[in-house]
Design a binder for this molecule. Structure first.
Ligand code: 5GP
Ligand code: MG
Ligand code: MG
Length: 175
């Protein structure tokens, strides 16, 4: 159990389950991208631990870069997106794997996809640790999904509540 400010979070996905699943996803990516030298595009801040663990299990030649967007305040999606910041690499003709912590309404990832697509990458796929199908409001192709979860607010393993709580190995859920 973890209390942050006024909220109590209880265990949801264990560190062991996360690590096992991340390894499986990495295995799938290793097969699909063996000859593609992908550019991993990590959406900060939430995906930083997932991306780090995923990278450790990629055995193919690949590059990594980090971008930033922000659309979320406290526990409610605002649906308002800021632009992509921090992408200095050219994505033209590159095979991109966008790495996200969680897909909720889907607005963030679809906006990121659209903006990346402007520069004509060879392909774009999405790897998200968590996915809330019931919250989805825009159609989106998710190629690598760690866990489908119910529509509840989660935290830990990179995901925050108001900036706090990213530093756990497990994922917790709002009680
Ligand atoms: P979307 O644009 O898909 O609605 O939301 C995507 C972003 O909202 C995620 O990258 C994440 O930062 C935040 N988010 C969505 N659901 C949750 C949640 O349950 N917990 C936390 N900590 N962040 C969430
Ligand atoms: Mg995110
Ligand atoms: Mg957040």
């Amino acid at each position: 159990m973890l209390t942050i400010k006024d909220k109590t979070f209880v265990p949801f996905i264990t560190a062991d389950a996360i690590q096992a699943r991340v390894q499986e996803l990495a295995g799938q990516i290793n097969q699909a991208y063996a000859d593609k030298q992908p550019l991993i595009v990590v959406v900060l801040n939430g995906a930083f631990l997932f991306a780090a663990d995923l990278m450790k299990h990629l055995s193919i030649p690949c590059e990594i870069t980090f971008i930033r967007v922000a659309s979320y305040t406290a526990t409610q999606s605002t649906g308002q997106l800021k632009q992509i910041l921090g992408l200095s690499e050219s994505v033209t003709d590159r095979h991109l794997i966008v790495v996200e912590d969680i897909v909720d309404t889907g607005f963030t990832i679809s906006e990121v996809r659209n903006q990346l697509a402007v520069d004509s990458p060879a392909s774009i796929s999405v790897a998200t640790l968590l996915f809330k199908p019931a919250a989805l409001k825009t159609p989106i192709d998710l190629h690598y999904v760690g866990f489908e979860i119910e529509n509840r607010f989660v935290l830990g393993y990179g995901l925050d509540y108001d900036g706090l709580g990213r530093n756990t190995q497990d994922i917790l859920v709002l009680e």
